[in-house]
Design a protein around this ligand. Sequence first.
Ligand code: FEO
Ligand code: CA
Ligand code: CA
Length: 628
Amino acid sequence: MRRLDSTEIVLSRRQILAASAAAGAVAALPGQASAAKEGASDPSSLAFRQPEHTIADTHRVAAGHQAQVLIRWGDGVAVDAPAFDVFAQSAAAQDRQFGYNNDFVAFMPLPVGSLASEHGLLCVNHEYTNAELMFPGLTLKDKTEKLCREQVDVEIAAHGHSVIEVRKNGQSWQVVAASPFARRLSALTTEFQMSGPAAGHDRLKTKADPSGRTVIGTLNNCAGGVTPWGTVLIAEENFDTYFSGDPKKTPESVNHIRLGIKGKSRYAWSRFHDRFDIEKEPNEPNRFGWVVEFDPYDPTSVPVKRTALGRFKHEAATCVTLADGRVVVYSGDDEMFEYLYRFVSRDPIDRKNRRANVGLLDHGTLSVARFDKDGTMTWLPLVWGQGKLTAANGFASQADVLIDARRAADLVGATPMDRPEDVETNPANGRVYVMLTNNSQRKPEQVNGANPRADNRHGHVLELTPPGAGKGRIGRHDAERFRWEILFLAGQRADGATYHPATDKYGAWLSAPDNCTFDNRGRLWISTDQGSNQRKNAIPDGMYACDVDGPGRSLVKFFYGVPRDAEMCGPAFTPDNRTLFVAVQHPGEDKDSTFDRPSTRWPDFRPDLPPRPAIVAITKDDGGPVGS
Ligand code: FEO
Ligand code: CA
Ligand code: CA
């Protein structure tokens, strides 16, 4: 087995980009002048010619690019993974194979600490399962009653995360066979440790774990992030959906109801596993809803749930490093009227010894955002003993504040948002971009400056500016107050969208911004997820891109379309931008779509195979940067 030691700190891609931006590299790269390919009035720096902006059975990418399916649900991950047989799938096999519904993707260069772009690890979240598309003979309506124990265990094993080693040969990417790094984290068998202020608390103890420090599994891993020391953060999002039972019959009823546990789960897991029945194991949900950290470069490392970052429906956990070496982690709580959070570490990174940073995320301050009408925003600390976060309101310690982070955020006066999903810092200008997916429940009397639309069906993108941020300057992300503005409201022009006027020429309307990333020139790449609204909106989900600075600011173009009834996740560039990895999640998910009669059979298009979530590697025919 390869040795994985490194005493060097791993610089995050963002730090490196920030450094190059500071050196003036961002503005002067070639290709910028060749924008405006489709009309003289187009000021965008993005020169690609978009594919047809329609919903289709298969995926499609901008002209001059290739989209290669790299790995699909059921393909081997662990060295001993058996071949995929969709008609004889077992939990033991699934526990070694690529999981379902790939979401977040991180490209981690090999060797550790390098900027390699043709060899690395792909770290991929598996958010949830669609049993009606995984097994014959089921429908959305009857699956919860019909699923057997083995099928349920396949579903549980298909959750979690995969690490695969990948290598580029010419223009083609391959999964490296028998890699020592290959690994599955699953919800069926993998042990996770709890750390930070809530670890070991009575509210985290169960019959199986009287210590409150050891949990089997991670659930609903949505987006995530990469730390500056080269570990991966994966965020537990809609963990409530797996639990059944009446919250009122538990001592945690206020907590469970606030997090959405309503009684009947859409999964059948509690029929076979008592821990998913809150009447039998009322504390089990408190062990989910955290940010998990693990080291992909050490296949023996134990993943850890870092409780200092709070418990809610985490979407993403993205890092930015302050000038003094402390780390800021941004995270959205993806539900209508929920909040945007920020964690600032107490201690700086140890740049000499990457292993010394284990535990850095256990100490620091969690805050939640309040947006004011005057274009400023304030970060409100969630610290036990301060303000209303006291015993009088049911908080006996910081552990209670973290376990009940939503309730604490209510009390300090945070601003209810339109589903905050991904949150990322642009290394070229230091500003923070927040994807607000949508909120059809917002009433006219509930609008506020940062969430200005009632019945917001298409979502919007917020741009936050910390003090000192600007071209080539990251700024002070630990400051109490930032400024905010809306980059654009999404949807079609008739819905009140506010993109750059030249967007109309392309008709590249997007709806439901979900995940995002930046290329080396600081341009924003957005992946979208309309869910079942995609058909009604007649807008394809996929990758979209726009400038955020200069005359092409908010001029949106369509780059890649997912197959029918899928959502787009996980955009991750290699450091050289010559590959963009994307995750096609839940192709064929629709109310009438089943294993037997799916709405698409992407990517295999074989009559004996259902659709399969998969990772796609996008490259440019001429070998240049993607989208250039
Ligand atoms: Fe898992 Fe908020 O998307
Ligand atoms: Ca998402
Ligand atoms: Ca999503």
